[in-house]
Write a protein that binds this ligand. Structure first.
Ligand code: ADP
Ligand code: MG
Length: 254
């Protein structure tokens, strides 16, 4: 049996007395696109942040590609990872946020080449060539020299996706990537994500785009109050939700 890309076993996370994740059990297979929906405050972003080493899990275990997040195992002892080891692990995970957080003083091309050159030590010329190819892939081949403020929100978000891909991640996390966009700009971003899914990228996508979840998602998770309420085939979950809480949520958003 091959290890899933993500395996969560009883993952719990609190902020002070607020229990945000209360025992998440989930698996994401290699090449799977998992969409996550749920009301605001249900812990969706926190779960992504745990996968990406941005938050520490309080209880339970979380594995990415077979590695326990946050720890190194020696014999039967666990050692917390040092900061540089965490940084190293994070390189293989791409994350795209709701707000396009491009570097404002860099062109689209520079935004994309910054980490491959600065962090991975790639030669500038090959990083540039790769970046131009990625810009092409996200439909922005003509925007290499543009600064973020010269791009629409949707274009900035596509640069952000290209920037994440430049690190050649094995897993891409999307946290409501289209929620801050004007409606007419959403489609282009979703199209880029759909192509990425078709290329076999493993993706966890927190989204309110039910059409995307239905058509692109291999699985759909409905989270509420820090637990997975329902998890299954997107068509089943959306078309025939079993749980009352899922039904109530979907009746508001569909
Ligand atoms: P979602 O993404 O589903 O809207 P979040 O994971 O962002 O939910 O947040 C879940 C809960 O955790 C919310 O009540 C939020 O206010 C709280 N929370 C998130 N991050 C922090 C933090 N760094 N410190 C304290 N509370 C937080
Ligand atoms: Mg969120």
């Amino acid at each position: 049996m091959t290890e899933p890309m993500v395996r969560a076993e009883g993952v719990c996370k609190s902020y002070g007395r607020l229990e945000v994740l209360r025992g998440i059990d989930l698996e994401v297979a290699h090449g799977e696109v998992m969409c996550v929906i749920g009301p605001s405050g249900s812990g969706k972003s926190t779960f992504l942040r745990c996968i990406n080493h941005l938050e520490k899990v309080d209880a339970g275990r979380l594995y990415v590609d077979g590695d326990l997040v946050g720890y190194r195992q020696r014999g039967d002892r666990l050692h917390e990872l040092r900061e540089d080891e965490v940084a190293h692990k994070r390189r293989s995970i791409g994350m795209v946020f709701q707000r396009f957080n491009l570097f404002p003083h860099m062109t689209a091309l520079e935004n994309i080449t910054e980490a491959p050159v600065g962090v991975l030590g790639r030669p500038k010329a090959s990083a540039r060539a790769h970046a131009l190819d990625l810009l092409d892939q996200v439909g922005l081949g003509d925007k290499a020299a543009a600064y973020p403020n010269q791009l629409s929100g949707g274009q900035q978000q596509r640069v952000a996706i290209a920037r994440a891909l430049a690190m050649e991640p094995k897993l891409m996390l999307f946290d409501e990537p289209t929620s801050a966009l004007d409606p007419e700009l959403v489609g282009d971003v979703l199209e880029v994500m759909r192509k990425l899914a078709e290329q076999g990228m493993t993706m966890v996508v927190v989204t309110h785009e039910m059409g995307f979840a239905r058509e692109v998602g291999d699985s759909l998770v409905f989270m509420d109050e820090g637990v997975v309420v329902e998890h299954g085939n997107p068509r089943d979950v959306l078309g025939n939700p079993q749980e009352e809480r899922t039904q109530a949520f979907l009746s508001k958003v569909l």
